[in-house]
Design a binder for this molecule. Structure first.
Ligand code: SF4
Length: 441
């Protein structure tokens, strides 16, 4: 027997909550339990036999040098590939864009007079065939992206028609990210008819947006994007959202500008993207991002707007008590890929790098797929001991790749880690407060 300590499966967060990082159980503490646990954490336990007995019975504290842990059981789950489906593909329609935002490859290519590539009907059809075979009668999703995907509107129409023709047994779902500056009435009506979900990109209110989202002549795009957004809203019953990407330009005011955008545009949904990343880390402070996201969560709760953000996986895991044991696979065992303009498949949805698009979609590699599907925190010593092991899912291979140039061994993104560790504690604490309100006894 060793000294009494918190069991390694449990964490004590925010001075009021106990959290099991495998089962995702949350448990509030009485004042006496709090005092006892804090004394245990400080290495000098107070003498309170009753609390000590209770916490031992619940396996929250231990005196064993080598206590039983759920880690080996969950580690086995993280290695499974047997029932994973590629459920969603991000299909790059074209590299062309009518805008030229600083930092985007479009502006670089334009300035350097390089050719832009477009996808084509054959690649679109192969993508639909692949998803149809993967999902065997179940629904699947295609997300169209560019450049500006509406430049390739005819290819989008062809993809949808082909999917309707060959997928008699199921209704595929379609979505699109657009800058909204070339939307027409005809396009808006079509997107409505086909039940698209549309995300219109903004980087902030007019002043901020126009510093980073601009035409090739450097003029701002905000008013044109607002006009396009309103045209979509006018013609679509539902599904017109906005999409904001955290970056150094807007991170200090992210919640303020998001609120202004919501006030002005009244979107059907809000997406806060993962922040821009370079050299293996986010370009914004992970803790700052967490603090800015909290009021946005409250805004969306108040206005009843569905929110998608990096926090969603934490909320889903803790809300349903369903651990996220793999980085790229959802709890429903769904996996997302991308298909480049030249028809190669990437085993990650967020990518635009030739090194990581190794196979034509017809030659999908099971070996590579299994490597990507089983990335998890269980492969990294720091993750194995982390509060967010089963809410964050582990290091992101794309971010790691951009830091190290390979994906053989994943590296941690320090800002992403700050975000997930803090948010996991925050959500656990909020849930324990909510449970205490429901059951004051
Ligand atoms: S937050 Fe960081 S250390 Fe923790 S599980 Fe995620 S990647 Fe690993």
């Amino acid at each position: 027997m060793g000294a009494v300590r918190l069991h390694p499966d449990w964490r004590y967060v925010n001075g009021d909550t106990l959290f099991n990082r495998f089962t995702l159980e949350v448990r509030g503490c009485t004042d006496r339990e709090r005092a006892y646990i804090e004394s245990v954490e400080s290495g000098d336990p107070v003498d309170d036999p009753e609390v000590r007995r209770r916490l031992r019975e619940e396996s929250i504290i231990t005196e064993s040098e080598d206590p039983d842990s759920l880690l080996p059981e969950y580690e086995q789950r993280a290695k499974r590939t047997d029932d994973i489906d590629v459920h969603r593909i991000r299909f790059y329609v074209t590299e062309r864009c009518n805008m030229g935002c600083p930092g985007c490859f479009v502006r670089f290519k334009y300035r350097n007079d390089e050719d832009f590539q477009n996808s084509d009907k054959r690649k679109a059809e192969r993508t639909v065939d692949f998803l149809r075979e993967e999902n065997e009668g179940d629904s699947f999703q295609i997300h169209f992206l560019g450049g500006e995907p509406l430049i390739g509107f005819e290819l989008i129409e062809h993809t949808v028609s082909y999917a309707e023709e060959v997928c008699e047994e199921t209704d595929p779902e379609f979505s699109l990210t657009t800058n909204a500056t070339i939307v027409t009435e005809e396009i808006a009506e079509y997107l409505d008819e086909k039940d698209f979900t549309v995300g219109v990109s903004f980087d902030g209110d007019e002043e901020l947006n126009d510093q980073s989202r601009m035409y090739m002549d450097d003029s701002g795009t905000y008013e044109d994007a607002v006009e396009g957004f309103e045209l979509l809203k006018e013609h679509m019953d539902d599904g017109v959202g906005i999409l904001v990407t955290p970056q150094p330009l807007n991170i200090d005011v992210l919640s303020d500008v998001t609120e202004k955008l919501v006030d002005r545009l009244d979107p059907d949904g809000l997406t806060i993207n993962d922040p821009f990343h370079s050299d293996g880390t986010w370009e914004v402070d992970g803790r700052k991002f967490a603090e800015e996201l909290k009021p946005i969560v409250e805004l969306c709760e108040r206005e009843k707007i569905p929110l998608i953000s990096p926090l969603s996986q934490v909320l889903k895991a803790l809300g349903r008590k369903e651990p996220k044991v793999q980085t790229l696979t959802t709890q429903e065992r769904n996996f997302s890929c991308a298909v480049s303009v030249d028809g190669r498949i990437c085993y990650h949805i967020m990518n635009y790098d030739e090194e990581l698009f190794p196979n034509p979609i017809e030659e999908q590699s099971d070996e590579r797929f299994e490597q990507w599907a089983t990335y998890s925190g269980y492969q990294h010593e720091e993750c194995r001991n982390c509060i967010a092991l089963n809410t964050c899912g582990g290091p992101d291979p794309i971010e790691s790749y951009y830091g190290t140039g390979h994906v053989d061994e994943l590296e941690l993104n320090p800002e992403r880690c700050k975000f997930y560790k803090h948010m996991t504690g925050w959500v656990a604490s909020k849930l324990s407060d909510a449970e205490a309100e429901l059951d004051p006894a």
